[in-house]
Structure formats: C-alpha cells, structure tokens
Design a protein around this ligand. Structure first.
Ligand SMILES: [Zn+2]
Length: 706
C-alpha cells in the first residue's frame, strides 16, 4: 500500500538531474511503498532553478516489470489511446514518411500512425507489453532500448516518445539519442506527466499516476522540459498542458501551423478498422470495441453504439459465460483481498465503462430510465472494486474514476425520471460529505425533480440556500425559486429569490449566460406577487444591464414583454397589461404560431374585455384557434394545447356574440363539429359549457335563443 507524506518545510543538498544545478533543493514529500519483497521510501525534491521534481535517490526501477494480467488490463482498459494520440494534433504540416517511437509499449500509437496516416513505423521497447503488441498487432517493435547504434543517424521525420522520459535517470544522454535519430527538419514529440500537478489538494486518482513512485524518477514542468530541450539544440519548443499531462513538440527549424494528424473522426475510423481486422482476437476486440463504444456514445451515435456494445456482449458471453446485458447475472466480486489477476478472471477490465455507456444508451437513446439507473449502479460497483485493487498496488485509473463519478450523477438523473422516491432515498443514503460531492448531487437532483414537476419529492431534497451564488449553485437557486412560485404558491418569496439572483448574474461575467432566464422567471413571479413592481422590473430588463449584444437583447426584451403581458392578462390585471403594451408595443408582432398562441389568446381576451373591441378580438382568437387545432393533429395528447383550445373557443364565442347573433351561432356550429376529434365524452362536456355560455350571452345581449 502506498503512503504519501507531505513535508511542510525541509531541504536537501542534491544536484538536479534535469538542469544540473547544485545546492539546496526543496523536499516536497516522501512516498512509502510496500514493493513485493522490500518496502522502500523515496523522497521527491524540487529544483529551484528549472522547476523539475525528482526522486532522491534517482533510481529507475526495472522497466520490464509487468505481467500477463497487467498487460491485459492495459490493452482492455488502462491505455488511454486517444490521450496518447492527441499530441499528434500539435504537429505542423511538414511531410512525415518515417516514424520512430521510443518506449512504444503495446504499440497503439504506432498502429494509428501506420493505419490512419500510412507512415512507415518502427518502435523500440524492451517490455513484456511491447512483445505482446508486436505479436498481436503485427508491429515492427524492437525488443530493446534505443541506443546510438540502433538506428541510422537522421533516419526519421518524427520521433514520438510518450510517457517515457519521466522514467529516465539521465535525460541528457537520452535526448542526444533521440536527436541523433531525427533529420534536420525532423520533429520530436513528447508527452510526460506535469510535475506542477503534484500538490497536496490534487485528486488522488490524478496524483497517483503522476507520482508513480516506483517508476517515475523525474517529473518535469513546462519550464523544465523546455530548458532541457533548448539545451540540446531544439530552437522551437511548444508545450501544451492537458489536465495533468504535458504535450511537447520540438524542432530544430521553426514550427508552422498545425496539421490535422489527429481528430476524433480519424480516431473513430481507426478503431473501426482495427476492430474489423482483429475480429478473432477476444482481447483486441475487447480493447478496440470498448474504445469505439466510448467514442460512439460521446458522439451521440446511439445506433452505432448499440451495435458495438452487441459485439462486446457476444465476446464476453463467450469468454466469461454470462450476459452483461443482465447486470444481476454477473457475479460481482467483493472488493476485499482480490488481486488484479483474480479480478480479470471474473470480469472484463473495462466493464465499468461498458456499463456506463450501456446506461447512457438506455437513458438518452431508448429512454428506458429504470434500466439506465441499473447499469449506472452496476458500473459504479465494478469500478469501485477495480479502483480499490489498483490503489492497493499504488496506482489508479483516471478514466474509471471519471466513469464512476459520471455514473453516479447520471444514475440520479435516471432515477428522477423512473422512480423519484428511490432517487430521494438514494441521496439520503450517501455519506455526509465527500468533497462537496453530495451537495453537488443534491442540487442536480433537486433541479431534475423540479423540471419534471415532482415537487413533493423535490421538497425532500431541498438544497441549502447558498450565501454565495456561483455557476455551481445558480441553477439550483433558480429551481428553488420556481418551487416557491409553482408549488408553495409564494410568489413574493420567489420574486425576492429571483431579484437576488439577478443582481448576482449582472455582477459576475461567468454567470452572464443565465441572466435572460433569471429575468424571465423574476417577471413571472412579480406578475403574481406585485403587478406594479413587475412594470419596474420590465424597465430594468429594457435597460440591458447585462450588456447583451443588440440582436440578442432585442429578442429577449420582446419575449420578456410578451410573457409579462400574457401573465398579467391571464391574471386579470388588464390595466397593468395595458401599460406593458403602451411601453413595448402590441404583444403579437408576427403571424400567430404555436409559440405565441397563448399570448395571442391573452391578447384577444384583453382586446375584448379591456379595449371593448370584439371585432379585433374575434379576429385574433379565430387565428389562434386555427393554429392550436392544426398543432393538435400532430400532438393530440398535449394537455396544455387542449386547455388552450377550449379557453380560446369560449373567448371566441364571447367575442363573436358581441359582433352579432348570426356570428355567434356560426361559431357554436363550428365548435360542435369537434374538428380536433376528441373522445365523445370529453367533448360533450366542453360542448355543454359552450352552450351554457352562449345561453348567458344571448340573454345578456337580448338575442333570441338559437
Ligand atoms: Zn533543475
């Protein structure tokens, strides 16, 4: 088991292996590690001159030290092939024909260079995994370390060295060998962990792979690696930070614009080609199939994802004898005392990610929320077991850690749809606080439940009202205001929440994207709570305090004014609604369509009851009715539309009665045709209401009955 002891103050005298500066070095931490056979403690020092961190003593352990199980884990799950290939995007457009990879491991990047880019490839790696890659992928990998004599001087256009230089105790000699292999126009491409990621507050799943105390002897930061490469004649050195990794491109002639040697589309095509080429190899099918599944799901191609998943499902049924589609049928191991090898005998190493992807297909593709929640729970379970095993041998898996975290979030989102009560129970079952994780999940679940209209369940997970409003807490605070408005019917309290949120979004440029939504809900609350105050709030909207671009602002202002008018008119505050029209124009500017139909109905009622203009009112209401009827043929079960149609028909009948008896009779006749094709019973009740209303109107207006 690995222990990390951070040293708050301490120094050692030691020469820096990267820049050779002597003198005192800061002592950052000690790692204690029970290596099989011998426990050891290694110090990590930091050079004040170049910034490199390095192990003291600088002893590189045997690089051949990985077994069959470690290899299978690497091929099926551990190798981040896309991360390995992303640095290819840094290369400029100079032509590449000959590619050399040093420390190529299984050879995934070489396979991509050969298949996707048609480069002539050669690799050097003495390790067990490299021997397997040579055999399984049929790659020209020399099973030894690269030395001066191994390749012709200037024989290569590109030398790639991914996650290797941190293992090397004498980097100068190593860079000399790499440089010698390159021609004048040749490019060196490196990746290595970022030493600046070594901080006490770093997440363990990111820190451990960077430290890898038994293997990594020098951890460079951007400055340290650039210093080293410039010293060896590379005049153009560019360093990109990608999470905890440094990607470095270096050349002896100036680098130009990047070429597109890596893209997600190219990577996906590569995985498809490799999968097709190795259909009889279960380990490669598992490895390439799993990565293709992740790409398919990330791209939202659920049909393709389902086919890839089926390949994996069939493969695993053959290898393990069970069906991963039924998570309950898979014998889940208890975490205690299992070795990596014992885990691999029972389960595919990538099952966490495969089940996560299966859950996403169920959630977003099939919309089978209960099934999705089951896959996410199963993914978290196997991911947790595998990470415990990896932690016990001093490492971790970032992508499994990410899948576990994403699966937990996605599971709540699935449960909110399939079983809100279970979602609430699951939240309360979480441990009190793991670095704000529970608070984050609680806010997400609350938002989902409010958006789905499950107000009672949402009440059981009310998030604490945060003093500080930021990008994490704002969406939940908006949902809380909606809860007060819609469920608690406390419009005044909701309006005061929204006023506070609006002030926060105006002050903080990171929250600017939320301003429009906050202003709209604030107006809605004020229309209920305090109609005159809603006019003042509308003037604030019109002042464009968030400095929106003019076209966006114009659209937002008219939407806000139309929405406010509609709410005020529907609530009967017709005098205030009139002031909205006076200041911002009529609420219907363009032809009536499904988006402004409820505003059009409200405007028709306003023209009839407030402006006493039945002719204009009946024109608007007839147009509204036509639009709603047309929309109902596409969505016959839309409750909101049905309600809108009925209210519009009653209002239209009323307006036409004021126009004349003949017009009112024609309206009743048309309504009785049941053009939307409603169920007879439901329609009879509506028609009864229409006739009663007509009788009232005819009496009031002194018309002869129909
Ligand atoms: Zn140094």
């Amino acid at each position: 088991m690995l222990a990390i002891n951070w040293i708050t103050s301490g120094e050692r005298v030691s020469p820096c292996p990267a820049c050779h500066a002597g003198g005192h070095k800061r002592h950052l931490l000690d790692t204690s590690f029970d290596a099989p056979g011998a426990a050891r403690t290694v110090a990590l020092l930091q050079c004040g001159d170049c910034g490199a961190r390095y192990a003291d003593p600088v002893v590189a352990v045997d690089y051949h030290d990985i077994d069959q199980d470690g290899m299978r884990y690497y091929v099926e799950q551990g190798a981040g092939i896309d991360v390995m290939l992303e640095p290819f995007a840094l290369l400029d457009r100079r032509p590449v024909a000959k590619y050399l990879e040093v420390g190529c491991s299984f050879g995934f990047a070489m396979a991509y260079a050969r298949r996707a880019l048609s480069w002539e490839v050669l690799g050097f790696d003495p390790g067990f995994v490299a021997a397997a890659g040579r055999r399984m992928l049929g790659l020209p990998i020399e099973p030894r370390l690269l030395d001066e004599e191994a390749v012709p001087e200037g024989g290569f256009d590109l030398v790639f060295c991914s996650e290797a230089i941190e293992h090397i105790a004498q980097p100068d000699a190593f860079i000399v060998i790499l440089r010698r292999a390159l021609n004048e126009r040749g490019v060196l491409l490196l990746t290595t962990p970022d030493g600046d990621a070594v901080t006490p507050d770093q997440r363990p799943e990111l820190l451990l792979p960077v430290l890898s105390p038994s293997q990594h002897v020098i951890l460079y930061n951007a400055g340290a690696i650039e210093t080293l490469l410039r010293r060896h004649g590379f005049v153009d050195v560019r360093v990109r930070k990608n999470a905890t990794q440094l990607q470095i491109v270096a050349a002896r002639t100036p680098l130009g614009e990047p070429a597109a040697y890596f893209s997600r589309a190219r990577y996906r095509a590569f995985l498809q080609d490799e999968l097709a080429a190795h259909r009889d190899d279960t380990e490669l099918t598992a490895g390439f199939g799993y990565r293709l599944l992740c790409e398919d799901v990330n791209a939202g191609s659920f049909e393709s994802a389902a086919a890839t998943y089926q390949r994996l499902r069939d493969t695993y049924r053959t290898v393990y004898g069970y069906d991963i589609e039924t998570a309950d049928a898979v014998p889940l191991p208890a975490p205690a005392n299992l070795s990596l090898s014992q885990y691999g005998e029972r389960l595919p190493f990538n099952l966490c990610g495969v089940w996560y992807c299966r859950g996403i297909i169920a959630l977003l593709g099939d919309r089978d929320f209960a099934a999705a929640a089951g896959y996410f729970a199963a993914a978290m379970c196997v991911g947790g077991v595998l990470r415990a095993i990896l932690n016990a041998i001093g490492t971790d898996d970032i992508s499994i850690a990410n899948f576990c975290r994403e699966a937990e979030t996605a599971r709540f989102s699935a449960l909110a749809q399939s079983d809100p009560a279970e979602a609430v129970r699951a939240l309360h079952a979480l441990p009190q606080n793991t670095k704000g994780n529970r608070a984050r999940l609680q806010r997400r679940l609350f938002i989902d439940l409010i958006n789905l209209g499950h107000f009672a369940a949402a009440e059981d997970v009310l998030p604490p009202v945060e003093a500080a409003i930021d990008a994490d807490t704002l969406p939940a605070a908006i949902a809380y205001g909606r809860y007060l408005l819609v469920h608690k019917k406390d419009a005044a309290a909701a309006a005061s929440v929204f006023a506070r949120l609006r002030a926060a979004t105006i002050d903080d440029p990171n929250l600017a994207g939320w301003l429009r939504e906050v202003e709209l809900v604030q107006l809605a609350a004020l229309a209920f709570a305090d109609p005159p105050a809603s006019l003042a709030a509308m003037r604030e909207v019109a002042a464009n305090r968030g400095r929106l671009a003019s076209a966006i602002f114009a659209a937002h202002r008219s939407l806000a004014a139309h929405q406010l008018f509609t709410d005020l008119a529907n609530l009967g505050h017709l005098d205030v609604a009139e002031q909205v029209i006076a200041a911002y124009g009529p609420p219907i500017e363009q032809p009536i369509d499904v988006n402004n139909a409820s505003t059009a109905k409200a405007y028709g009622v306003y023209l009839l009851n407030h402006q006493r203009d039945p002719a204009a009112a009946s024109k608007i209401l007839a147009g509204t009715r036509d639009v709603v009827l047309a929309e109902l043929t596409a969505k016959p079960d839309d409750v909101g539309l049905v309600g809108l149609l009925r209210e519009t028909e009653i209002a239209l009948l009323t307006a036409l009665a004021f126009v004349g008896r003949k017009e009112a009779l024609a309206a009743i006749e048309d309504i009785s045709l049941n053009r939307a094709g409603f169920d007879a019973d439901a329609f009879a009740a509506h028609l009864q209401r229409v006739r009663l209303r007509a009788a009232e109107l005819f009496t009031d207006l002194g018309y002869e009955a129909g």
